[in-house]
Write a protein that binds this ligand. Structure first.
Ligand code: MC0
Length: 143
């Protein structure tokens, strides 16, 4: 039920500075920004090339006790998560639970742009924090 890569998340200490770096040095385009209070992050979505593929998500801490603040304290900036698009986040989470993986939330939480999200614990996914994203807009399975 993983349909495609939705985005790759990178933890950064300063969102505005990171957006500038990616725009000026790598030519990516910032297409969305928001603060997610529940997750304690300020985030930006950057499009690559023609914008049809996966995005790069820059994640900066909004609070010192947040997941991103903890990640930065532990190892500094870098790749924090790999997110897959799914059509139904509850069904995808149930399927992964049935294969013995720990999901971080019992029920989905709100993610970027009104999406519904859950995560697989990195210790159950080969050291990678895997995010499941059900976009607000229904997913087209083909194309
Ligand atoms: C921790 N570990 C990771 C990791 N974070 N490994 C790979 N990738 C990561 N991002 C490792 C630690 O090094 C440690 O390994 C082990 O996992 C357990 O660490 P812990 O200290 O018990 O755990 P915490 O407190 O650091 O929490 C990790 C956890 C947390 C994944 C549970 O970050 C979390 O709840 N994440 C989900 C929410 C989140 O990431 N929100 C920010 C993005 P050792 O070997 O030392 O034991 S919000 C978002 O993404 C939204 C806006 C969206 O996309 O729409």
């Amino acid at each position: 039920e993983l349909l495609r890569i939705d985005h790759v998340g990178i933890a950064v200490p300063d969102l505005d500075e990171a957006i500038r770096f990616y725009q000026e040095n790598l030519g990516l385009r910032c297409v969305h920004q928001e603060t997610n209070d529940e997750q304690g992050v300020r985030e930006a979505m950057l499009a690559v090339g023609d914008g049809s593929g996966p995005r790069i998500q820059l994640l900066a801490p909004a609070r010192p006790d947040s997941a991103i603040a903890k990640f930065l304290d532990r190892g500094g900036p870098g790749l924090q998560q790999l997110a897959y698009t799914v059509a139904d986040v509850e069904a995808a989470a149930d399927a992964l639970r049935a294969r013995g993986m720990r999901l971080l939330y019992d029920s989905p939480k709100r993610g970027t742009a009104g999406s519904r999200i859950n995560f697989v614990h990195p210790k159950d996914a080969g050291g990678v924090l895997v995010e499941l994203v059900e976009p607000a807009e229904p997913v087209h399975r083909s194309g």
